[in-house]
Design a protein. Structure first.
Length: 401
């Protein structure tokens, strides 16, 4: 079915008058011609009368406001400093509201997080009475998230004060939903789980020998794909892998990613004496050939909201060893369709990873279960996804609005 037909069918499904949406976010890729983010926003815009997207951005980036489709506009805040993002976004939104004659009866404001962008949305709710939807993509009440930085502690305080005022909350996993209910006693019926959309067909049919051909010195390749940042816990993963490679010396660890910890991680690899067993590759826009040519996927993050690479690896029939974050516990069940360990449990990770290396029957059992279970957890089609996206925004309006 074409996108045009998809949107026509969605429009015919809902009785609610078309609405206007003000979206507050941080993804600057929307300003890039041909980017996936821009295309997605154009598609979403077809669901509404007007979609106005305000993006946190410094003036030094030189971004300009654009009308990217008939009814979708994007605006950079063009702030002098990051400290002025919220102020400038709020002022820009107020200008849009007045110029476009937007009202609380036909407009909903949505924010991509319950932190800085959520604060802007909350300000608009207070000033104009707009229904407010907040999106939550991370495990904000996970103790590891709090420990990560002082900023995260401040953000959690912001979320605690803002989330109770939302008319609808969209989360990407049931784990996040349950944590919000537990921490804030927010009614379950206003929190909806909508995972990030993944094109399942991109991973299922792929056949590849990419890594096998690149690294013939390894007879078992363990893949990690991640930003090289503290919360991803790659340094800990190296400690685990050292103990595994002592027992299985022909194992190789391929780390695909970039980030601020890259230099320090390479030094640690040399110090651990595993330089011949670990290779780094730059981030890849298409990881499907990597998933399909590795023997196991390894993730040890301290916290995740969702875990896109876990989903992609699962759809690719790749056995997974992961910390208990993101979709682990909801979709990935230990010893059924994945191997799951508590965050930071060194001995558990060594044991689970070693079991996958030495037991082909275990790998086959995990592989048979993971793809179907991950696929079943996702929206069944793009049409299904965009229909739910619209429905959850409409849900923010009070009855009979």
């Amino acid at each position: 079915m074409s996108l045009l037909n998809i949107y026509d069918s969605i429009k015919n499904t809902f009785n609610h008058t078309y609405m206007n949406v003000i979206s507050i976010g941080t993804d600057r890729k929307i300003f890039e011609e041909g980017s996936a983010v821009r295309q997605r926003m154009i598609e979403y815009g077809a669901l509404f009368d007007q979609l106005h997207i305000i993006v946190f951005a410094q003036s030094s980036l030189g971004l300009e406001a654009w009308r990217i489709s008939n009814n979708v506009w994007v605006y950079p805040t063009n702030s002098f400093t990051k400290l002025l993002y919220m102020r400038d976004a709020g002022g820009l939104a107020q200008t849009i509201v007045k110029q476009r004659n937007l009202t609380a009866h036909n407009t909903v404001v949505t924010a991509q997080d319950p932190f800085e962008t959520g604060s802007v949305a909350f300000g608009l709710r207070k000033k104009f009475g707009f229904p407010m939807q907040l999106q939550v993509h991370t495990e904000l009440f996970n103790p590891q998230f709090l420990k990560q930085s002082f900023l995260n502690k401040h953000r959690v305080k912001m979320a605690r004060s803002i989330l109770p005022y939302a008319q609808e909350i969209r989360v990407v996993s049931n784990k996040i939903k349950q944590s919000i209910i537990k921490e804030l006693k927010i009614p379950e019926q206003i929190i909806d789980v909508l995972p990030i959309y993944v094109d399942k067909t991109k991973y299922m049919p792929v056949v590849s020998r990419e890594l096998i051909q690149k690294y013939p010195q390894y007879n078992f390749i363990i893949l990690m794909a991640s930003r090289l940042a503290p919360e991803k816990n790659i340094s800990f993963a190296l400690d685990v892998f050292k103990d595994v490679v002592i027992r299985f010396p022909q194992c190789g660890l391929v780390i695909v990613g970039e980030g601020p910890e890259e230099a320090a991680l390479k030094k640690k690899i040399a110090k651990l004496g595993i330089s011949d067993s670990v290779v780094f590759e730059p981030w890849q826009s298409n990881l499907a050939p990597y998933y399909k040519s590795a023997q196991a996927f390894f993730q040890v993050s301290s916290f995740e909201g969702y875990g896109m690479t876990l989903v992609e690896a699962g759809l690719s029939d790749l056995p997974i060893v992961t910390s208990d974050v993101g979709i682990a516990g909801d979709v990935l069940i230990d010893n059924k369709n994945a191997m799951v360990c508590p965050v930071g449990d060194h001995s558990c990770f060594v044991q689970k990873l070693s079991a996958l290396v030495e037991d082909p029957l275990l790998r086959d059992r995990i592989r048979k279960n993971v793809a179907q279970d991950v696929a079943a957890s996702l929206p069944q089609s793009h049409e299904d996804y965009v229909a739910k996206y619209k429905a959850y925004l409409e849900k923010a309006f009070p009855p009979n609005a």
